[in-house]
Design a protein around this ligand. Structure first.
Ligand SMILES: Cc1cc2nc3c(=O)[nH]c(=O)nc-3n(C[C@H](O)[C@H](O)[C@H](O)COP(=O)(O)O)c2cc1C
Length: 308
């Protein structure tokens, strides 16, 4: 009998679905794959309007759920040998549709199941994966591997292209800027993960899957980004609380603070972030040992609360 794999994901632009299709390309005839999209009741418009984009930050950072469509009955009652869970970060946290799903009754579908997380991000997903690990533990799911695909351009370039993509819908390269998102060649190369996944699943060796996938590059980490994320998440938490003091999503009373946050983020990215990167490089030398320990931790699957 073919193993049954549930492929659960949310995607706005289709990038994550494209990644999942490539990862599963070599096993799609050997396993029974059931793709199920997580869908907000009110979809987020794409491309984004700037005001909606930045106004989504507080609730994303505080994990305040939106309404999502419940998973179909046959999925909730289905038998699956493995779940592949595709998600993306928003504002250093899992996207709001993902945290909403993970807190909803539909998350029970993950209970007792082995889960592979697949991330399609710009380049900052560590804190968010910690939250996904936390939710998986809460529903008694077992994380058995993580595959993270990121945009490998520099931090500034990937920010510029993701902004252009998010606000205009234009992904392709233009002028001096490369295409936005995860590089197409890296998405194509993700096909290499399928066979080891199938082998470990059918040979009952899922416990050693993550190690094998890591050997072929499933998680690569830039230590400087660990420091940038640690700094960024503190600021986002402050701003989320500060904006919510004025009201909920879309409340005109909070627009002034949302605008301040937007301006600060732009300054932080384009002026402070090269400085922070420089400081991070210095810190990297001074605190190399502890930072390398952090890097090793974030590559692994174990969850320890409060690591970031
Ligand atoms: C509102 C918003 C916030 C985002 N924040 C982050 C982030 O904190 N870290 C990151 O690596 N990527 C971030 N991204 C990029 C997304 O993780 C993702 O790669 C991109 O939006 C494509 O996702 P899709 O799978 O929904 O098509 C953000 C995107 C959006 C729309």
């Amino acid at each position: 009998m073919k193993p049954r794999i549930l492929v659960l994901y949310f995607t706005q632009t289709g990038q994550l679905r494209h990644i999942l299709d490539n990862i599963l390309q070599d096993i799609k005839d050997k396993a029974e794959l059931e793709y199920v999209a997580i869908e907000p009741v009110t979809p987020y418009p794409f491309p984004w309007k700037a005001v909606t984009f930045f106004d989504t930050m507080p609730e994303t950072v505080q994990h305040l759920p939106i309404d999502i469509k419940p998973l179909p009955e046959h999925v909730m009652n289905g038998h699956y040998d493995l779940v592949v869970f595709g998600w993306q970060p928003w504002f250093l946290n899992p996207s709001l549709p993902i945290t909403s799903f993970l807190q909803s009754p539909s998350a029970k579908v993950l209970s007792g199941k082995p889960v592979i997380t697949v991330i399609g991000a710009r380049n900052m997903w560590l804190h968010a994966q910690e939250k996904v690990k936390m939710y998986l533990e809460q529903v008694n799911a077992k994380l058995v591997a993580n595959i993270a695909l990121v945009d490998t351009n520099t931090n500034i370039i990937s920010t510029l292209t993701v902004i252009r993509w998010s606000f205009t819908g234009r992904k392709e390269a233009k002028g001096l800027l490369p295409a936005a998102g995860v590089q197409e060649k890296d998405i194509q190369l993700a096909q290499r993960y399928g066979t080891p996944i199938f082998k470990h699943l059918t040979e009952n060796k899922l416990d050693s899957l993550h190690q094998e996938l890591m050997m072929i590059g499933s998680v690569k980490l830039n230590p400087a980004l660990v420091l940038l994320e640690q700094k960024g998440i503190k600021n986002f938490r402050f701003w989320a609380k500060y904006i919510r003091e004025k009201g909920g999503p879309g409340d005109p009373k909070r627009f002034g603070r949302v605008k301040q946050f937007k301006n600060l983020l732009i300054v932080a990215i384009f002026i402070l972030s090269p400085l922070t990167a420089l400081l991070a490089a210095i810190k990297l030398q001074l605190k190399k040992k502890s930072l390398l320990k952090d890097v090793a931790y974030f590559k692994r699957l174990k969850y320890e609360a409060g690591r970031i």
